[in-house]
Design a protein around this ligand. Structure first.
Ligand code: ADP
Ligand code: 5GP
Length: 199
């Protein structure tokens, strides 16, 4: 079995993926990544969705262990120091990270593993795993992105402002990724993702 070397977040060490595949879905908050992921998982239950760890508070209805693992900042920092994350980033005042061991085990067992993460983390994965396939989801317009974030009605005004500010820079990075898909009509966007995953 090929040995997978541990790396620190942001390091440019290349890691080898022995089997399976790693897919990164990224794009600005509110663009519809979560909605697309949910539909994708319903249609393709064989996919492995990596549940992230975060220091953000749960939104109404979010379940620990299903949507995220919700933990404290000090615990998160401890996990970073222990090299437990495949990637991690700070977004809108909270930490988010992908559990290293669970994801690598699934990839090694031949699964198609999907990460739904923000820009910094997606860049880290591209750097550490050049063979990962990356998809950037774009909104039809900035105005529509703002409507979606507000329409979700689950973030404070301060959190919405941070997300919108960050979205400008994120959208400019779209071309760094293998594929760009506009999430205007959900069905069309889903079909484009399926075409990329199962081609
Ligand atoms: P993200 O996970 O990227 O932050 P969400 O999946 O939470 O985004 O979507 C943000 C909001 O936009 C939700 O209210 C969702 O229902 C809505 N939404 C997602 N995709 C579309 C679409 N294609 N057309 C209209 N609204 C959408
Ligand atoms: P939200 O707070 O809206 O759930 O997520 C905020 C942003 O963090 C989204 O763009 C989401 O994709 C991203 N995110 C979720 N999990 C992770 C993760 O494990 N790592 C990184 N880098 N970003 C994540």
């Amino acid at each position: 079995m090929m040995q997978v070397l541990p790396i620190q977040s942001g390091a440019s060490t290349k890691e080898y993926l022995p089997h399976g595949r790693l897919i990164v879905l990224t794009g600005p908050s509110g663009v519809g990544k979560g909605t697309l992921m949910r539909s994708l998982l319903e249609r393709h239950p064989e996919l492995y969705y990596s549940v992230s760890v975060t220091t953000r508070s749960p939104r109404p209805g979010e379940i620990n262990g299903k949507n995220y693992y919700f933990i404290s900042r000090s615990k998160f920092e401890q996990l970073v120091a222990q090299g437990e994350f495949l990637e991690w980033a700070e977004f809108a005042g909270n930490y988010y990270g992908t559990p290293r061991e669970a994801v690598l085990n699934q990839v090694k067992s031949g699964k198609l593993v999907v990460l739904e993460i923000e820009l910094d983390g997606a860049r880290q994965i591209r750097c550490s795993f050049p063979s990962a396939q990356s998809i950037f989801i774009l909104p039809p317009s900035f105005e529509e992105l703002e409507r979606r974030i507000r329409g979700r009605a689950q973030d404070s005004e301060e959190a919405i402002a941070k997300r919108l500010q960050r979205a400008q820079a994120e959208i400019q990075a779209a071309n760094e990724f293998d594929l760009q898909i506009v999430n205007d009509d959900l069905e069309i966007a889903l079909s484009a993702i399926e075409a990329a995953l199962f081609k």
